[in-house]
Design a protein around this ligand. Structure first.
Ligand SMILES: C[S@@+](CC[C@H](N)C(=O)[O-])C[C@H]1O[C@@H](n2cnc3c(N)ncnc32)[C@H](O)[C@@H]1O
Length: 295
């Protein structure tokens, strides 16, 4: 269960979900005809040594018949990769990866000279990430700045202290984050991002439709798959399902131009066929789940 101000490292609570998605990125990148490249994801998984995810990396056959999360990770990562690259192609030179986890975009993407990439996450998550990257002498392709702070605290102050300039446009992502925040923190997050966003800023969001959908996702997952994709983590225990504003509607009302894409649309755009999903999951495939917003 979540508590106010709870903290975690990379092998506990919400931190483990960052390791999980890194595992799914590593598997996508190592699979046939991958949608993405990520040489760093397997390094993180191996370094963490968590048995479930290390086991999946060594033998992905346990995922056979579970198209949902692994399939989504390829689309999701490619979508946000393209989103960031499109914003910097339009001249933006500040990127903020909110809840960065083990996202290695600062190392993977070809950022234009002069780009700063800020990564916000909890301190122990970023410490683990830093340790692995230093051990492997990884070189970022941008000016990468880790911002160790909880998103339920005064993260804008920490971001500014790290050199963020709110007079200049920025490109932001909130990928794989929203259900882990209480509703009030999610609403505050969007308000704070908007406050910090000069004209010409871009925001990419992975949006579950409602808290109810979030719980349903976890319940359906455990019903269909004998082994949870996330091992011993019960995602439903980590998610909040309290009331919050709908990001697409709220951003539109606040003057942003929003576009929304479903996993099905991304699959088509990326030349992938639809996975065979149980009837109860097909609506998740059609939901407008990936948003881009520009002001
Ligand atoms: C599922 S992971 C996604 C990580 C990354 N965005 C990705 O897609 O690979 C969720 C991330 O959100 C971070 N997170 C969740 N709640 C947070 C909070 N209150 N403060 C800081 N980070 C938070 C976790 O530490 C974790 O790294």
């Amino acid at each position: 269960m979540r508590t106010e101000g709870d903290v975690w490292d990379i092998v506990s609570s919400v931190g483990l979900t960052a390791l999980g998605v890194a595992t799914f990125r590593a598997l996508e990148a190592a699979g046939p005809d991958p949608l993405i490249e990520d040489d760093y994801a397997p390094l993180f998984v191996e370094a963490a040594g968590e048995p479930h995810f290390t086991g999946l990396l060594a033998d992905p056959s346990a995922l056979d018949g579970t198209p949902l999360v692994p399939g989504f990770m390829g689309f999701r990562t490619k979508f946000f990769d393209e989103f960031f690259l499109s914003a910097v192609a339009n001249g933006v030179r500040q990127a903020v990866i909110v809840a960065a986890g083990l996202d290695a975009r600062a190392y993977r993407l070809d950022w234009p000279a002069g780009t700063t990439v800020f990564e916000i996450d909890q301190p122990k998550v970023l410490e683990f990430k830093e340790k692995v990257l230093v051990e492997h002498v990884a070189q970022p392709k941008a000016d990468r700045r880790a911002v160790a702070v909880d998103l339920r605290e005064d993260w804008p102050a920490a971001l500014r202290a790290a050199g963020f300039d709110s007079d200049k446009p920025a490109v932001w992502s909130a990928e794989g984050l929203l259900p882990y925040l209480p509703g009030a923190a999610q609403d505050a997050l969007f308000e704070q991002i908007v406050e910090l966003s000069a004209l010409g800023s871009h925001l990419g969001v992975e949006s579950f439709m409602t808290g109810t959908d979030v719980k349903r996702f976890a319940t359906i997952e455990s019903k269909y798959f004998d082994k949870s994709l996330f091992g011993d983590i019960d995602l439903a225990e980590l998610f909040y399902d309290d009331e919050r504003a709908d990001p697409a509607q709220w951003l539109t009302e606040n003057g942003w131009t929003v576009r929304a894409f479903s996993p099905a649309e991304l699959a088509t755009a990326y030349g992938r066929s639809a996975p065979e999903l149980p009837d109860e999951l097909t609506d998740l495939w059609q939901q407008p789940r990936y948003l881009t917003a520009v002001r």
